[in-house]
Structure formats: structure tokens, C-alpha cells
Design a binder for this molecule. Structure first.
Ligand code: PGA
Length: 254
């Protein structure tokens, strides 16, 4: 795991966006694994800027999002499809038909999950997976548990996650209690993983992710066994890391 400490959120967003631009420039038909949440918002904003400056062409790129709330249609302002359209897809030249988000209103959720994984495999697998991390160590909606899932599946959200996400809804009662999420197998199959975290609140989980033991109680900890993970944090999120866990950006060939 490489850990890059950015000075602030802006720099973190810039470094992450440039990783995507570099990949898409080298491989225009790249398959991106994308994430929602407040952390990657700055990265999407930066990507739109770089696109407007003609630094990147997404016309051949495909994307697969990590997760979607069960029961929310794509037009719902809190759905992850809506988030992706409004933060990124509406502002760049990606073909929307090549952007995939699990369908939270599918009649047969089990079939939807299987088809989602098959679509990723048929596309050639994810080249670069962007991840945020929950305060409880979840990635996607792979919540702390006694066991973890390989494939895309329906999951119950923990109380922690419902509380954390209630900030986006009018009330906690409106937060869906279930979601479809890619599993740990799907995430681990990505060729490269970029995990982003910002702010003091994320410092304890970042320390556990980088320095702690691998445990299903901290789903993100399994990333320690992946061979190409770059953790990009700002100084606040890095504040509980030991000095020797941090590599300075200049010393890392990304
Ligand atoms: P956040 O969410 O970026 O809004 O903090 C991250 C997550 O829950 O995965």
C-alpha cells in the first residue's frame, strides 16, 4: 500500500483526478470503477475542469459504480446514479450507455447482481477502482461483519452508515436500509485501487487500514493484500499514521 499525504483536500482531489486522466490518456477504453460520497466530489470537479481544458477524452471509457441504494430510482436526488450524472457524466463526453450503476429498483435483485458482475467481466475488468472509506471501515457498502462477500450483493446497512448518510436526506427515516454493492472480490480484482480519505474524522480508520490487522470487522483492511493500492489522504486524515507508513509523493512512481 502506498500512502500519499496531500496538503489539503484540493491537492488530494487534484492528484486523484490526474491519476484517472493519465490512465485514460494511455488507455482510452479504460474501465473505471467509481465511487460516490463526499470525498470524491472534488476529484470529479477537477476531472470536469481537466476535460474542459481538453486534457482528457472519455468517449471510449466505461465506468462501473460500486453501489446503489435499494429502492431509489435513478432520478431520486439521493440515488448514486443521480450523483454520478450530476457530478460527472453530464459534464464530460462519456457515453452514458457505457456508465453502469447497479439498478436499485430491479425486480429481481439477485439477477441484477449476477448480471452486474458478468458485465464487468465481459468489459475486461476494472482498470482503476476509486474508493472512499466509511468511518467503520466499509468500502462500497461492504459493512463490518463476521464474513465478507465476493460478488455484487444486496446488503443491510449498519446503523453507523445510516447515521453517517442521513446528512444527505431530510430525515434519518428516509435513508434506505439496504443497498446493492459490489463485493470484496469484485473490488480486489481491479488492477489498481485508489482509496481517498479526507478530514480528521477519517484518521482513526486510516490508521487501522494502513497499520492494523486484516479483519472482516474492517472490510477495507483486506486491501493490504492487493498489490497496487494507492491511499491518498490529506494531512488531517493522515494525522494518526506513524511516520514510516507515509511515503512522500516525490518518492513514489505512481
Ligand atoms: P464519504 O463516504 O466520502 O461521504 O465520507 C465514504 C464512504 O462511506 O464510503
Amino acid at each position: 500500500m502506498k500512502v500519499i499525504v496531500a496538503k489539503n483536500y484540493e491537492e488530494l482531489s487534484d492528484i486523484a483526478a490526474k491519476q484517472i486522466v493519465e490512465l485514460v490518456s494511455e488507455k482510452p477504453q479504460a474501465i473505471l470503477g467509481l465511487a460516490t460520497g463526499s470525498t470524491p466530489e472534488g476529484m470529479y470537479k477537477r476531472l470536469v475542469e481537466l476535460y474542459n481544458e481538453n486534457k482528457v477524452d472519455f468517449s471510449k471509457t466505461k465506468s462501473f459504480n460500486l453501489d446503489e441504494y435499494k429502492g431509489l430510482k435513478g432520478e431520486h436526488p439521493q440515488s448514486y446514479r443521480y450523483f454520478m450524472n450530476t457530478k460527472l457524466f453530464d459534464h464530460i463526453n462519456i457515453d452514458k450507455a457505457n456508465t453502469y450503476v447497479p439498478n436499485g429498483t430491479a425486480e429481481n435483485i439477485e439477477e441484477e447482481c449476477l448480471a452486474y458482475d458478468e458485465r464487468i467481466t465481459a468489459a475486461g475488468g476494472i482498470d482503476l477502482q476509486v474508493l472512499g472509506i466509511g468511518n467503520n471501515g466499509h468500502i462500497g457498502f461492504n459493512e463490518p461483519s463476521d464474513f465478507l462477500y465476493m460478488g455484487t450483493h444486496l446488503t443491510d446497512l449498519t446503523e453507523d452508515t445510516i447515521n453517517a448518510n442521513s446528512r444527505f436526506f431530510d430525515s434519518k427515516d428516509e435513508v434506505p436500509t439496504q443497498a446493492i454493492t459490489m463485493g470484496l472480490g469484485g473490488i480486489m480484482k481491479a488492477k489498481r485501487i485508489l482509496l481517498l480519505a479526507s478530514g480528521e474524522k477519517k484518521a482513526p480508520i486510516i490508521a487501522k487500514l494502513v497499520e492494523g490487522k486484516i479483519s472482516t470487522k474492517i472490510p477495507a483492511s483486506i486491501l493490504q493484500v492487493h498489490s497496487d493500492v494507492v491511499v491518498i489522504v490529506n494531512e488531517a486524515a493522515a494525522s494518526l499514521l506513524k511516520k514510516n507508513s507515509i511515503r512522500n509523493i516525490e518518492s513514489i512512481s505512481l
